[in-house]
Design a protein around this ligand. Structure first.
Ligand code: THU
Length: 140
């Protein structure tokens, strides 16, 4: 069961990570905090590259960080982002990140929290953001 305190902890973790975003080309700074089934929180930031397509979104940075640490099932992710690190709007995950997250969760249970502050957020399930998704079970 996901609790208010876990949501706040995730959003605060994303805010702590935000200064580490590397976005010299777009100037759009993004941070994500991903909650694993174990209770561990993994953060990630966007990491851009002079060869633009080589850049990575914050959500996939967090996911790759977590999977590299051995966690493979997730409950929720908080995402914040804004131009020059100023959070004024809700930052929605791109389509590639939605699909990447789909691999490691139950989309009807996994929560995506788009935050502006700890108590100003939009919360959706991954299934709402990526309906009729394709996942590991489809290949069994
Ligand atoms: N970006 C993310 O990291 N996550 C999102 O949800 C949306 C976009 C990054 C990619 C790129 O570094 C910058 O934001 C502008 O697209």
């Amino acid at each position: 069961m996901f609790q208010d305190i876990q949501r706040s902890a995730l959003i605060e973790a994303a805010f702590r990570a935000l200064p580490r975003a590397y976005a010299p080309y777009s100037g759009f700074h993004v941070a994500a905090a991903l909650l694993g089934e174990s209770g561990t929180v993994y953060t990630g930031v966007n990491v851009e590259n002079a060869s633009f397509p080589a850049g990575t979104c914050a959500e996939r940075s967090a996911l790759n960080h977590a999977v590299s640490e051995g966690e493979k099932n997730f409950r929720a992710i908080a995402i914040i982002g804004g131009k020059h690190g100023k959070i004024t709007t809700y930052c929605a995950p791109c389509g590639v990140c939605r699909q990447a997250l789909r691999e490691f969760c139950d989309p009807k249970e996994f929560l995506v929290i788009l935050a502006r502050t700890s108590d100003d957020y939009i919360e959706k399930t991954l299934d709402e953001l990526l309906p009729m998704s394709f996942g590991p079970d489809d290949l069994v």
